[in-house]
Ligand binder design. Sequence first.
Ligand SMILES: C[S@@+](CC[C@H](N)C(=O)[O-])C[C@H]1O[C@@H](n2cnc3c(N)ncnc32)[C@H](O)[C@@H]1O
Length: 264
Amino acid sequence: MQEKYTPGYSSNATNFMSKRTLDTHGAFFKPYLRPGMKLLDCGCGPGTIALGLAKAIFPGMLTGIDREVSQIQIATESAFTQCVSNAEFLQANIYALPFADNSFDAIFSHALFEHLQEPTQALREMWRVLKPGGVVGVRSPDWGGFLIAPSTPELEKAFSYYKWLQQQNSGNPNVGRELRALLRQSGFTNIKASACYQDYEPLSEITEYLAVRIEASAKVDEAVEKGWTDERSLTAMSEALRKWSQHPDAFFAQSWCEAVGQKG
Ligand SMILES: C[S@@+](CC[C@H](N)C(=O)[O-])C[C@H]1O[C@@H](n2cnc3c(N)ncnc32)[C@H](O)[C@@H]1O
């Protein structure tokens, strides 16, 4: 499998993810949460949404998994400092979850599916560890729905380049619109799909995150060496992002898609 996680684990990327909460990014799943539930969060990252999930199901147990150990350490430390006693975090891969069949009442996953090469395989594994009657909720962005103003060719190039990087890494920047189909193909029923927009304020947080990742692509993805781009283009794209973030009229919004389904 060629799958590679495009954002990487720089402090810049981790801090960007850490701003997310259950209320801001997981609200679509809140109606399905009940105290006492056994809940799994797949691709939990630094765990800020996961800790919100844990509080919502207390005294039930929240298990967060992520394939990256640094994220598991951050999430575990946050649970400790915030005195969240009903959350545990484990290093694991979505394609081979270390749990018995029918283990969880509910499974959640946020901002993971756009990075997966085999989303149906991942959902089948989630289906396996979900109890009959259990509910799954998945949320991912769809890069087909960006609202960018005021736009410039360099800015458009920067967004296209990042999207292309994600595709090179076997991800799917347009997976959001496919979540309903993916859940159905993986055996889930009673599927409800929805979408909403997130605007970014202050804009400098996402522009800096994208600029840093675009600059890092020279080394991380060997993009210059492989002839995908050159140093001048990388500099022009990251400068365009930073300049845009200072523009008094700058506006950016991104579409996020959600799907909820049931096992059996
Ligand atoms: C964009 S982050 C989202 C983190 C968190 N859910 C959030 O929205 O703030 C995606 C996370 O999925 C993890 N991930 C990527 N591929 C994975 C896989 N195959 N199995 C488990 N975790 C994976 C990454 O390590 C990363 O921490």
